[in-house]
Design a protein. Structure first.
Length: 552
C-alpha cells in the first residue's frame, strides 16, 4: 500500500487563542502536492502537525510511513558537522571503528546495511551542488543556501515514505534550485511542498489550497490551477452580472407594483368618497385591497431581498485576492539620465569574506568583466549569481549602508532600499506613523488614502508594525519605501520574494508596474525577474566579478 497522510477534524490554536485550523479534514496520497495559501493561512502549521512537531488541539493525524520534514528555520547547533546534519555520524563512527580493527557487535549493529553510507552521502551532496563540502565541516560555517542544501541531502539520503518541504528554495541560488527541481521531479513517494517558487510548483501533481481553515484540492500543477481559477472567475463574474440584472428587475417590479397599488388606492378613495357603494361593500373591498397590497408588497420585497442575497454571494465568490493599485508619477526618470555609477569593480577585491583592512593587490581586468556599472533612466536590472557572491554587500554599499574597498559609488537619484529582513519599520509605531516618518510633509489623510491602495484600509492602518503578519509587513515596508519623500528614483530590492506567498509576489509585481524609476534587484526567483520587466541581466560570481548574462 502506498503511503498516505490523513487528517481528521484537525484543529489547532496558538496559546494566545489565535485559531489557525478548525475541523480540517484532508487526505493526501502518493505524488507531489503543492500546498498554497496566503501568509498566515496555516501552511507551515499544518506541516508541523503532520510531522508531529506540534500537537493538535483536537482531531488526529495519521501517516502510513515515516516522515521527513524540512522546516523553514533549521536548528544548526554550534558544534554540529555536515555529517551530523546528514544523520550519518553514528554509522560513520561504527565504520571507522570496524576499519580500525576494533569491531564489536554494537559497531556492526550501528552500521546495519549502510556500508556505503559515506559514498551515498557524498553522491547526494554532489547531486545538490555541494561537492566542495567535507563531511566533517562545521555547519556553523555554511551559508544559508548550503545549510538548506545539506538538510535536503539528509532527507533524500534517508528516503522517507513521506517528505514535507517548507519553502525549500529559500536562499538557494539558481544552480542549487535547478538541482533541487531535478531531485523533486524524480521523487516517487508522498511529497508535500509549501513554496512560493512557481517553477517548483510547476513540478507538482496536484495543488492543495488552504484558505479559511479549509483545503480544496485541484488536479495538475500551478499553471493548471491558474487556468482553472481563470475559468472560475469568469463563471462567477457571469453570476455577478446575472444576479445584478435580477436585482434591478426585482427592484423595478417592486416600484411598478407600488405605482399600481397607489393608483388602485386613489381609485378606491374616489369610489368611497362618491358613496356609490354601500358602506359594508366598500369596507370589504378596502380590506381586501389592503390585504392584497400587503401580500404583493411582501412578495416583491422578499424577491428583492433574495436577489440581493444572491448578488452578494456572487460578489463574494468573485472577490479574488486584493490588488495593489497605486500611481507613482514622482518616481519617473528620463531615459537619458544617469542615476547610478559604480566604478572600480574589476580592479579591487571586495568580496564579503575579505576583511576591509586586508591588503589585496589589484586584479587585472578580464575580458567581459565590467569595470563599472552605469544605470540610466528607468532601467530594470537583475543581479544574479551564486550564494555568497556578495550581491547583498553590493546593494548595501549602493544604499550607503556598507563600504567597498577600492569601489567608488556616485548616486544621481534618491535611492530606496528594500532589505531581505524587512527591518526598516519601527515595531512600536503604527503603519500610518511609519509611513508619515518617511513622508513627513504628507497629511494624515493623504497617507491614509495612499495606504488604502496598499490594502491598509480603515483600522488596519492603525495597527502597530510589530503585530503585522509577514505579508502585511511586506506591504507596509513597500508602502513606506515607495511613498517616501522625496520619492526614490532608484529602487534596490534584495531577494524581495523570499518567504512571500504567491499573492504577495503578485502584489509586489503590481506595485512595480506603477513604479517609473530604475530598479536593481538581486534575486534567484527567475519567474519574478521576468515578470518585473527586466531589461538587463547581470551576474556576480564568487570572485566578485560582474558580467552581462543572458536572461533566465
Amino acid at each position: 500500500m502506498s503511503a498516505t497522510i490523513v487528517c481528521n477534524d484537525l484543529s489547532f490554536s496558538w496559546p494566545d487563542g489565535n485559531c489557525v485550523l478548525s475541523d480540517l479534514t484532508l487526505s493526501i496520497g502518493a505524488g507531489r502536492t503543492g500546498l498554497i495559501g496566503v501568509n498566515g493561512s496555516g501552511k507551515s502549521t499544518l506541516l508541523k502537525l503532520i510531522a508531529a512537531e506540534l500537537r493538535p488541539a483536537s482531531g488526529a493525524v495519521r501517516t502510513s510511513a515515516d516522515v521527513g520534514y524540512l522546516p523553514q528555520a533549521i536548528n544548526l547547533g554550534t558544534r554540529r558537522t555536515v555529517s551530523d546534519l546528514l544523520g550519518i555520524t553514528p554509522a560513520r563512527d561504527a565504520l571507522h571503528a570496524i576499519e580500525a580493527g576494533g569491531a564489536v557487535a554494537d559497531a556492526f549493529a550501528a552500521v546495519g546495511d549502510d556500508w556505503d553510507v559515506e559514498e551515498r552521502a557524498r553522491a547526494w551532496l554532489d547531486r545538490l551542488g555541494l561537492a566542495g563540502l567535507g563531511l566533517d565541516d562545521r555547519v556553523e560555517r555554511l551559508s544559508g543556501g548550503e545549510t538548506i542544501g545539506v538538510a535536503l541531502a539528509a532527507l533524500f539520503l534517508r528516503r522517507p515514505g513521506i517528505l514535507l518541504l517548507d519553502e525549500p528554495t529559500n536562499n538557494l541560488d539558481l544552480d542549487a534550485r535547478r538541482r533541487l527541481y531535478e531531485a523533486v521531479a524524480a521523487w516517487t513517494g508522498v511529497m508535500v511542498i509549501v513554496s512560493h517558487d512557481r517553477e517548483l510548483l510547476g513540478l507538482v501533481d496536484q495543488i492543495a489550497e488552504l484558505s479559511g481553515g479549509k483545503v480544496r484540492m485541484y488536479g495538475g500543477n500551478l499553471a493548471a490551477y491558474y487556468e482553472l481559477m481563470a475559468v472560475e472567475r469568469k463563471a462567477t463574474q457571469r453570476a455577478v452580472t446575472s444576479a445584478g440584472a435580477e436585482v434591478r428587475r426585482e427592484r423595478r417590479d417592486l416600484v411598478d407594483a407600488q405605482v399600481k397599488q397607489a393608483t388602485r388606492d386613489r381609485q378606491g378613495r374616489k369610489v368611497a368618497a362618491s358613496r356609490s357603494l354601500p358602506r359594508a361593500v366598500a369596507d370589504a373591498r378596502k380590506k381586501h385591497a389592503e390585504e392584497s397590497a400587503g401580500r404583493s408588497r411582501e412578495l416583491h420585497t422578499e424577491r428583492l431581498a433574495a436577489a440581493r442575497g444572491r448578488l452578494e454571494e456572487a460578489k463574494q465568490a468573485a472577490r479574488g485576492e486584493a490588488e495593489i493599485r497605486v500611481e507613482l508619477p514622482s518616481t519617473a526618470v528620463p531615459s537619458g539620465r544617469t542615476v547610478l555609477t559604480v566604478t572600480g569593480l574589476a580592479g579591487a577585491c571586495w568580496h564579503p569574506a575579505v576583511p576591509p583592512q586586508a591588503a589585496v593587490p589589484p586584479r587585472v581586468p578580464l575580458p567581459g568583466v565590467l569595470a563599472e556599472l552605469i544605470v540610466r533612466g528607468p532601467e530594470r536590472i537583475a543581479l544574479t549569481g551564486p550564494n555568497g557572491a556578495g550581491k547583498t554587500t553590493l546593494l548595501r554599499a549602493i544604499a550607503d549602508s556598507a563600504t567597498l574597498p577600492g569601489v567608488t559609488i556616485r548616486r544621481g537619484a534618491v535611492v530606496g532600499y528594500l532589505p531581505q529582513r524587512l527591518d526598516t519599520l519601527s515595531d512600536s509605531l503604527t503603519v500610518v506613523d511609519n509611513v508619515r516618518a518617511a513622508a513627513p510633509a504628507a497629511s494624515v489623510n493623504e497617507v491614509r488614502a495612499s495606504l488604502a491602495r496598499f490594502l491598509f484600509r480603515g483600522g488596519r492602518a492603525d495597527r502597530r508594525a510589530g503585530t503585522l503578519s509577514g505579508g502585511e509587513r511586506f506591504r507596509a515596508v513597500l508602502a513606506a519605501l515607495l511613498l517616501a519623500q522625496p520619492a526614490p528614483q532608484l529602487l534596490l530590492l534584495d531577494e524581495p520574494t523570499n518567504n512571500l506567498d504567491l499573492a504577495s509576489v503578485r502584489q509586489l509585481s503590481q506595485a512595480l508596474e506603477s513604479y517609473r524609476g530604475a530598479i536593481l534587484v538581486a534575486s534567484h526567483d527567475a519567474p519574478f525577474l521576468r515578470s518585473a520587466g527586466t531589461t538587463r541581466w547581470l551576474r556576480l560570481d564568487r570572485e566578485a566579478r560582474l558580467t552581462v548574462t543572458d536572461p533566465l
